[in-house]
Design a protein around this ligand. Structure first.
Ligand code: BG6
Length: 480
């Protein structure tokens, strides 16, 4: 039973040249808060500044977001590096707090100028900009008003999105309403690693609902602009972190536990985003425990009528679960886990720095799920990556020799290639990340980039994986 896993299919991957579809998007991703630095447009403080002020020691080596990778000042040089590492597309996020320092009110003209200049440079270099509108960063004022718990914040966010559609619509290729909307729920209301650091699942459910509503209302606003858009293929979507979920065994209790985990962590955002409806079993379970959010019929109608046109899939690790063997405290606010326990499968590979299981077949299973259960909607891998601590250990002649990252990318791409061969509508692969960037409470502990960053000098150096990525993009494939 320990080794049994009924959803795994062993795919025989052939060692051959794996060619990807013409026009495949090769690129990487990062976010404003993690890479831009403060800059000089009068950017408002965000919840990360609030968290750092309150508990600087919670951040690895006490490093905050004042400087990060300093993309604000170095974007011309960095976009050249994108070219050198084979990017034909790149996902960044637009900082709401830079555009509207207090979240609402007048847009910052300096911020508009900065983003237009940066996006124009990217376009001029032949790199398609993918712009995300929320990547875990909100202004202090909006946070103090209750953040995503407050419906008025949803309206302010939609106004910010509408402004971005108007100001940057001619430069952006695809845009996304949210990156990993599950993140603020988990981090802020369940696991104590994001502001407001409370443990209250009911409030978390309201946050989840309000972000889905905000996404739908932003899509509704975008459709007004889309009709006049010169590139009719330019779409709006959402980026979800999805973990294919596997039961420990075929025992019905384990299988049921896996269904609940899948429901709470995957389908809760996937169904409303792509189908416009919530899974019935999820609603029944929330109702049973008096955890339903407040909403109106109009909200449900907006969610139903404004589904995504493209889907970004962030895949890092699978989720393995088993039926509960320990009694649950019925007053525990951590409700989803009343229904399952996490399970570490023996004999698996793990990334020791991040603690995540490396399971390449998960990327295949995820794509097949989207093909079979979500209308094979146009998708791409919007994040996949490997964070490693103390990468200077692998430095040789001034370059990080990250063969482990090259192997990680190749193995995932082999399964992705198989998914495409099997009919999945996958249009690209974006690595997390481009240049080593700041990572929430882990700050610069784990490095993920194709390009290394010297924190003292801000010097950038292409890693061995960056050279590999350039060849991968040039050849539109690789020999596996
Ligand atoms: C993704 C996020 O979930 O994982 C990124 O979208 C994040 O913002 C990345 O940086 C890697 O995770 P971490 O916590 O190691 O930085």
């Amino acid at each position: 039973i320990e080794a049994f896993n009924d959803r795994e299919r062993v795919i025989k991957l052939k060692p051959e040249f794996l060619s990807f579809p013409k026009g495949f998007w090769w690129g990487s991703a990062w976010s404003a808060e993690q890479a831009e630095g403060r800059g000089n447009t009068g950017k408002g403080r965000t919840q990360w500044d609030m968290s750092w002020d309150a508990h600087p020691n919670r951040f690895y080596q006490g490093v905050n977001t004042d400087v990060t990778t300093d993309f604000f000042n170095r974007y011309v040089e960095d976009i050249r590096l994108m070219k050198q590492t084979g990017h034909n597309s790149f996902r960044l996020s637009i900082s709401w707090a830079r555009m509207f320092p207090s979240g609402d009110g007048d847009v910052s003209a300096e911020a508009v100028t900065f983003y237009r200049a940066m996006l124009s440079e990217m376009v001029a270099q032949g790199i398609k900009p993918f712009a995300n509108l929320y990547h875990f960063d909100m202004s202090e004022e909006m946070m103090k008003q209750g953040g995503w718990e407050n419906r008025a914040v949803v309206d302010a966010y939609v106004n910010f999105c509408d402004t971005c559609f108007r100001e940057f619509g001619d430069l952006v290729f695809h845009r996304f309403t949210f990156n990993e909307p599950l993140g603020p729920v988990l981090g802020g209301y369940m696991e104590d690693f994001h502001y407001p650091n409370v443990i209250d699942f009911k409030r978390g459910v309201q946050v989840g609902f309000n972000t889905l509503l905000a996404s739908a209302l932003a899509i509704k606003a975008f459709k007004q602009h889309q009709t006049s858009h010169k590139n009719r293929n330019s779409k709006i979507g959402i980026i979800l972190n999805l973990s294919p979920t596997y039961p420990r065994s075929e025992n019905l209790l384990d299988v049921e536990a896996a269904e609940y985990a899948d429901l709470f962590y995957n389908r809760s955002f996937l169904d409303p985003s792509v189908k416009g409806t919530f899974p019935v079993k999820l609603v029944e379970t929330l109702r049973l425990h008096d955890l339903m959010p407040s909403y109106s019929e109009q909200d449900l109608c907006d969610i139903r009528e404004n589904t995504v046109q493209i889907l970004g899939l962030n895949y890092y690790e699978p989720r393995r679960v088993k039926a509960r063997t320990h009694a649950v405290n019925p007053r525990s606010p951590f409700m989803p886990e009343w229904y399952f326990e996490s399970y570490v499968m023996p004999g698996r590979k793990f990334n020791p720095h991040r603690g995540w299981e490396i399971y390449e077949q998960g990327i295949y299973d995820l794509c097949i799920d989207i093909r079979d259960n979500y209308g094979n909607i146009e998708s791409f891998i919007s994040e996949s990556g490997m964070g490693v601590a103390n990468e200077e250990r692998f430095m040789c002649d001034g370059q990080v020799q990250d063969d482990y990252r090259i192997g990680f990318i190749q193995n995932h791409l082999a399964y992705l290639h198989q998914a495409i061969t099997d009919g999945c509508n996958i249009r690209g692969y974006h690595l997390w990340t481009f240049i080593d960037c700041w990572s929430w409470i882990n700050a610069y502990k784990n490095r993920y980039g194709l390009v290394s960053l010297d924190l003292d000098t801000q010097q950038r150096t292409i890693k061995k994986s960056g050279e590999f990525y350039q060849a991968l993009s040039r050849d539109n494939g690789f020999r596996f």
